[in-house]
Design a protein around this ligand. Structure first.
Ligand code: C2E
Ligand code: MG
Ligand code: MG
Ligand code: MG
Length: 292
């Protein structure tokens, strides 16, 4: 087809099809403006602690309230943010918003919730990163142990001085570190020896096809056993079905997260969910006291 069009084929393409380069530049400029103009917001997905049946933490997940395209998920803009370096101001913004929200839950109620924030390796490569975290915690009046940073296996395998220095400074601050999407990255577990990891989040890929006969159930069982023998907490992500929850309970998984418990929701919606759960548990306690 292009050949038939002869010399005009370039014009043909540029007129009728979006040029991916122009598109990306446009998106980059829009994202830069979005960061400056408060179009980014954070939704929160609770994690349920199984033995206490309490919501003890929540993960911060960024959203873009686009003026024309509506609410955009991270899949639509994190890659371009990583490529352009905009992930640094974006990551800083998400960290601040999440810490201020966790501080509100702590100081104004209904409950102290640990907040987990997803990291980009570019943030950890910034020599001043751990000092920035300390500043945010102080300004937000949030104790360091109520902040958790979700890292990936590849970040922990990076042999960079800045990353290593940041991780040990964060440990000294008292910030918790967890490994996200555990099991999908590298087969080396050497980093578990070197870094002060608090918990492993088993990737959704192993949870979604869980049933007693699958290989996934053997993998999950093995991860839980290994984590517990190293005094690490285990979280399962992407729990959608009661049968998955039941299996994870029998395996002694510490926390679960997924649509079965709650989708990621606005801060206001999570506040209401926490208040409702708090009232229900008070009522149960009162009922128990009356019966005894
Ligand atoms: P992630 O950290 O592994 O987060 C889990 C993703 O799975 C979230 O998608 C969440 O909404 C989704 N999810 C949770 N439970 C279920 C479930 O039961 N079923 C299914 N099908 N999905 C579930 P989301 O919010 O679209 O985020 C996607 C990814 O974007 C995150 O994966 C994380 O890697 C990245 N991300 C999100 N926020 C940030 C951020 O502030 N900074 C950075 N660097 N990355 C972020
Ligand atoms: Mg995560
Ligand atoms: Mg994850
Ligand atoms: Mg994931």
């Amino acid at each position: 087809h292009a050949k038939q069009m002869g010399g005009n084929c370039f014009k043909f393409y540029s007129a009728d099809l979006p040029d991916p380069k122009v598109d990306r530049l446009h998106l980059e400029n829009e994202l830069r403006r979005a960061i400056a103009e408060d179009q980014l917001l954070v939704h929160y997905q609770p994690k349920l602690h199984l033995t206490s049946n309490m919501i003890t933490s929540a993960e911060a997940l960024v959203r873009w309230q686009h003026p024309v395209r509506g609410m955009l998920p991270p899949a639509d803009f994190i890659a371009i943010a990583e490529e352009t370096g905009l992930i640094l101001p974006l990551g800083h913004l998400v960290l601040r918003l999440a810490c201020y929200q966790a501080s509100r839950w702590l100081h104004q109620g209904p409950a102290a919730i640990r907040i987990a924030v997803n990291m980009s390796v570019q943030q950890l490569r910034q020599p001043e990163f751990s000092a920035q975290v300390a500043d945010i915690l102080r300004e937000a009046r949030l104790p360091a142990n109520l902040l958790e940073l979700e890292l990936t296996e590849s970040m922990l395998l990076e042999q960079s001085a800045a990353v290593t220095a940041n991780l040990s400074a964060l440990q000294d601050l008292g910030v918790k570190l967890s490994v996200d999407d555990f099991g999908t990255g590298y087969s080396s577990l050497a980093y578990l020896k070197h870094f002060p990891i608090h918990s492993l989040k088993i990737d959704r890929a192993f949870i979604s096809e869980l049933d007693d006969h699958s290989r996934d159930s053997a993998i999950v069982r093995a991860i839980v056993a290994m984590a517990h023998s190293m005094q690490l907490q285990v979280v399962a992500e992407g729990v959608e079905q009661e049968s998955q929850l039941a299996f994870l309970r029998t395996q002694g998984c510490d926390e679960v997260q997924g649509y079965l418990i709650s989708k990621p929701v606005s801060a206001e919606a999570l506040t209401q969910l926490l208040e409702r759960r708090h009232r229900d548990s008070q009522r149960q306690l009162a009922g128990r006291a009356q019966r005894s």
